[in-house]
Design a protein around this ligand. Structure first.
Ligand code: ATP
Ligand code: ZN
Length: 311
């Protein structure tokens, strides 16, 4: 038989033991902290659903899932959803699959449009709910992942996160399905979504190739899988504080101290090219909450300098 010889190395059947090996190998200091974090995922489509599955398999503490749409047969060229789930809301179908994969994760399903007045209000309230882990002291979630496919929804996430001083990551895939990007947004510290046209800057793709209303966009499970992988890899680095970090990007947010070196990561599948760049906030940003956060960040400079000197 092909049964592995277990005598040399004890490998138990608990999936967490493989994750805990990250700690033994010196990659992560305290992997178990993953169970204390809450992550909100807005848009449970080609990227968001895969990101949710990855975080579920990694043992994240709590996932808040937002989407107004239902599963369609046309979604079957992507990963995650199954034909028998057609007609279910994406959030409910996701909860069904994810709770089977890992019953330890607290899953919350929010089925509404975040861009309506009422939807935005419910979105804000849900992000503030302090129900879990160390988040009880601060915002209700540790990170927001934007996995939507349109400008209005990204602007709504941007508005909510600027108002709540909430760190978030943006993601997207181009209309022709061959490039994508992720971007880290720290209110007041990096460019917000209204400060610059980040999609274009990040991916180096022409703005005209981004998804437009009424256009039948192409999609590939491969590009969406890569973007979801980049998004969750950087989520883990940010929450568990490992990997490529830049000491001068000191934030006073819940995440504190160490942040990944990149702020924006593009992916061009045709050229196998991953351009990286940083984006400073725009002092003339049209978003009022962004300007307030920028002011606070500047005022906190002496405290940050003192902390850096002590370190
Ligand atoms: P396609 O447009 O190619 O048919 P899709 O609509 O599933 O696919 P994706 O890019 O795979 O698009 O996923 C984006 C997800 O974000 C969708 O599930 C969509 O319903 C969700 N979404 C977009 N805007 C909002 C919004 N304002 N509120 C809640 N969810 C949203
Ligand atoms: Zn801004």
């Amino acid at each position: 038989s092909k049964v592995k010889d277990m005598s040399a190395e004890v490998v138990d059947s608990n999936p967490y033991s493989r994750l805990m090996a990250l700690q033994r190998m010196g990659i992560v200091n305290n992997y178990e902290r993953i169970r204390e974090f809450s992550v909100a995922i807005v848009g449970i489509g080609g990227v968001g659903s895969v990101a949710a599955e990855m975080l579920t398999r990694c043992g994240i503490g709590r996932l808040l899932l937002y989407d107004y749409d239902k599963v369609e047969l046309a979604n079957m060229n992507r990963l995650f959803f199954r034909p028998e789930q057609v007609g279910m809301t994406k959030t409910d179908a996701a909860v069904q699959t994810l709770s089977d994969i890992n019953p330890d994760v607290v899953l919350e399903s929010y089925t509404f449009n975040i861009t309506t007045v009422q939807g935005f209000d419910t979105f804000m309230t849900s992000l503030r709910t302090k129900a879990f882990g160390p988040s009880k002291e601060g915002n209700g979630v540790d990170l927001v992942l934007s996995c939507v496919d349109n400008y209005e929804a990204r602007m709504a996430v941007n508005q909510a996160c600027n108002e709540l001083n909430q760190v978030w990551m943006e993601s997207g895939v181009s209309e022709d399905a061959v490039s994508g990007h992720i971007q880290l947004l720290i209110p007041g510290e990096t460019a917000c979504f209204a400060c610059a046209p980040p999609l274009v800057v990040a991916s180096g793709v022409d703005e005209r190739t981004l998804k437009r209303e009424g256009v039948c966009a192409a999609s590939l499970p491969t590009t969406m899988g890569v973007v979801a992988g980049l998004l969750v890899q950087n989520t883990l680095k940010l929450l568990l504080q490992f990997g490529n970090v830049s000491p001068y990007l000191n934030t006073l947010s819940v995440l504190d101290e160490l942040l990944p070196l990149f702020l924006s990561q593009g992916y061009n599948s045709l050229k196998d090219y991953f351009p990286t760049m940083e984006m400073k906030p725009n002092p003339h940003c049209s978003n009022g909450a962004c300007l307030e956060r920028q002011k606070e960040f500047l005022l906190s400079k002496p405290a940050r300098d003192a902390a850096a000197a002590r370190a």
